[in-house]
Ligand binder design. Structure first.
Ligand code: IMP
Ligand code: MG
Length: 192
């Protein structure tokens, strides 16, 4: 786990504008890649020979899942996708909608859920319940980002990339009203 880099303010600030809001760079791609490599190294040791089913939570986790799967190099891994939506604008609606469900056989499987970010934790808690209900043997959570100050539920996160403050961010899969997912760095909302 890496902590939010303290020296970031000294670097030249890169900004982007999405719709009506300004964002400034807070996590350059190199820091993100380092955090992903650390998770992949731990997973390789923990999950070797376990025939793991990875479940990527769309849309946000697509970029993290893609980088992580390339780094982890497990020959018996499978990957599937679950499409959920809970955010509107810069805050969670509290209601998690399932847009595309799981078709895979989950019963008796070792599952790792891949999330972009754990904020209030309601989304991941709902996914864990669903996977357990379908009879998974073991469920682990991998999240690229974690906002501990926003957490409202009791959950155990097995793999955390970077711990961040409770600010709204975009980039590397995360969006502000559908924009910003394609940015390779992560940017934080500039408060007016
Ligand atoms: P939670 O249910 O509150 O933990 O929120 C989880 C989902 O909300 C994540 O999977 C993201 O897709 C989205 N989300 C949470 N925080 C942010 C953010 O700062 N920027 C963009 N999306 C976010
Ligand atoms: Mg998400």
């Amino acid at each position: 786990m890496c902590n939010f880099p303290v020296g970031i303010k000294k670097r030249q600030m890169k900004r982007v504008k999405l719709w009506d809001k300004e964002f400034e760079i807070s996590l350059p791609n190199a820091d993100i890649q380092l955090a992903i490599k650390e998770i992949a190294n731990k997973m390789r040791v923990d999950l070797e020979g376990k025939k793991t089913l990875f479940i990527c939570i769309l849309n946000g986790a697509f970029m993290f899942a893609s980088e992580l799967m390339k780094e982890v190099e497990l020959s018996d891994a499978e990957i599937s996708f679950l499409k959920l939506a809970s955010y509107a604008g810069t805050s969670s609606t509290g209601e998690v909608k399932e847009l595309i469900g799981l078709n895979e056989e989950i019963s008796g499987r070792n599952v790792v859920i891949i999330e972009d970010i754990v904020d209030s934790g309601h989304t991941i808690k709902g996914v864990i319940a669903q996977v357990i209900e379908k009879g998974a043997k073991d469920v682990k959570i991998a999240t690229l980002l974690f906002k501990p100050d926003a957490l409202q539920v009791d959950i155990k996160l097995d793999y955390v990339g970077i711990v961040i403050p409770n600010d709204f961010i975009v980039g590397f899969g995360l969006d502000y009203d559908r924009r910003g997912r394609n940015l390779k760095d992560i940017y934080t909302l500039v408060k007016e």
